[in-house]
Design a protein around this ligand. Sequence first.
Ligand code: 6GU
Length: 241
Amino acid sequence: MRIDVVSIFPDYLAPLELSLVGKAAQSGLLDLTVHDLRSWATDRHRTVDDTPFGGGAGMVMRPDVWGAALADVLTPDATLVVPTPSGETFTQRVAEQLALEPALVFACGRYEGIDARVAEHHRAAGGTVRELSIGDYVLNGGEVASLVMIEAVARLLPGVIGNPESLVEESHGEAGLLEYPVYTKPPSWQGLDVPEVLLSGHHAKIARWRRNRAIERTIARRPDMIEALDPSMLDKADRAL
Ligand code: 6GU
């Protein structure tokens, strides 16, 4: 997969060189490039923003500068991702969809956002545009949101995670439940013991115990996920909880 990120703060994207995403880029599984939006500005001050038509606080990013940048960076096969607090919610399902794409271009806005004609223009030209929010709070720009989305997508690419089994029983995975609590050595720490069943070697009992804890956790922390569960996903023992 190719990923391009366009930002006025390219240094903000430096963490992409680290950890799992950095390794994926180094190994060639991911072709990752960060661009400085200001290199497409044309005036002496390399201006990228201006005051909003209709009035109001803040500044809006100019469509001509973004248009020039995207004309150079966006290929016909690429999906344009615009991080914005007014976007659709970025979820694990969206990450799974984006992971199937050949190329993603992240357009990081700052200030009050990017002139709405930029997304409109690329849709009208037949391109795919996804305006996405990572949650119900406001960040100063799309850079951190892009980091979040790129990490969530990159770890789904074949070969990026060493053991693909670790993708199976995750929170927000297929089961529609949060993940069960996990434990490792030592078996006793600070007077707290690892649940006996996990040391028993009894695989069916362990699976039942984990599922019960996942359900209890989801009820306590994410009642909205319980409401959204397909009832056919629950067995009789689940319903007893
Ligand atoms: Cl994608 N951008 C900004 N600026 N704020 C956000 C966000 C995105 N998602 C949640 N808050």
